[in-house]
Design a protein around this ligand. Structure first.
Ligand SMILES: O=P(O)(O)OC[C@H]1O[C@H](OP(=O)(O)OP(=O)(O)O)[C@H](O)[C@@H]1O
Ligand SMILES: Oc1ncnc2c1N=NC2
Length: 221
């Protein structure tokens, strides 16, 4: 499942076509995926999830921080769709905070797994015997997801599936790691909808994903 494929030459929409605070215009190149399209696609992913999980109750493992918006909207749709059908899927949401290896080799706890820096508790024993849906906003190289899935497996879940809102067309590994894909995007840096650059732009309205024009202007590099 490739999701909605966004081609390399997709220009996005001009910022002027949407409501934006003026100062974003210097750092943000365009509106890459408008909020409405994101939400409609997430609703469809919720349907896939409900069709695939036989259990009446699943554990949703939200990967922070980037995944929190996608996770809350996906869980909401699962609830809404469940109410209007006889298939009600009860969701228990848990969180795991990871720091990508790119940010630095800080080992944030005694976690020994090579690439996975877990902030806070790395204990996922609540997953034992459960049907698990891992929810991540973006899979880029796939390293984070690869390491996370290895870690999750050590706790003996019954079934694990992965929902990724965005999958970059960079490595075929990324595609194989995700069961439900919102959008397959080119290898360009996107922010918004909880995705950040140096903690900036996460709040970029809840509405759009964008491409930053020149990251030099954005962060304190
Ligand atoms: O597929 P990969 O190449 O491993 O990259 C994907 C990871 O990078 C981002 O995390 P980030 O380090 O930005 O942490 P954050 O979500 O807290 O911003 C994103 O949220 C994924 O977890
Ligand atoms: O495009 C991206 N935007 C935000 N965060 C990340 C991205 N790719 N890997 C991590």
């Amino acid at each position: 499942k490739r999701g909605i494929v966004i081609k390399d030459d997709w220009p996005g929409y001009s910022l002027d076509l949407f409501t934006y605070p003026e100062h974003y215009h210097h750092d943000i190149e365009n509106v890459y995926i408008p909020h409405g399209i994101i939400m409609d696609r997430i609703e469809r992913l919720a349907r896939y999830v409900m069709d695939d999980f036989e259990d009446s109750k699943i554990v949703v493992l939200c990967v922070l921080k980037g995944g929190y918006k996608f996770c809350s909207d996906l869980v909401e749709f699962i609830k809404i769709l469940g109410r209007s059908s006889n298939r009600y899927l009860e969701t228990r949401v848990e969180f795991i905070r990871l720091k990508s290896y790119l940010v630095g080799k800080l080992v944030l706890n005694d976690q020994s797994t090579e690439d996975l820096h877990i902030i806070g508790s790395s204990d996922l024993s609540f997953l034992r015997g459960k049907s698990v849906l891992v929810v991540e906003a973006i899979v880029d190289t796939g390293k984070t997801m690869m390491a996370l899935l290895k870690h999750v497996e050590t706790f003996g879940p019954k079934m694990v599936k992965v929902a990724g809102l965005l999958v970059k067309r960079v490595s075929n590994m990324a595609g194989s790691l995700t069961d439900y894909v919102g959008f397959e995007i080119p290898n360009r840096f996107v922010v918004g909808y909880a995705l950040d650059y140096n903690e900036y732009f996460r709040d970029l309205n809840v509405t759009h994903l964008n491409i930053s024009r020149t990251s030099k202007k954005i962060g304190f590099l």
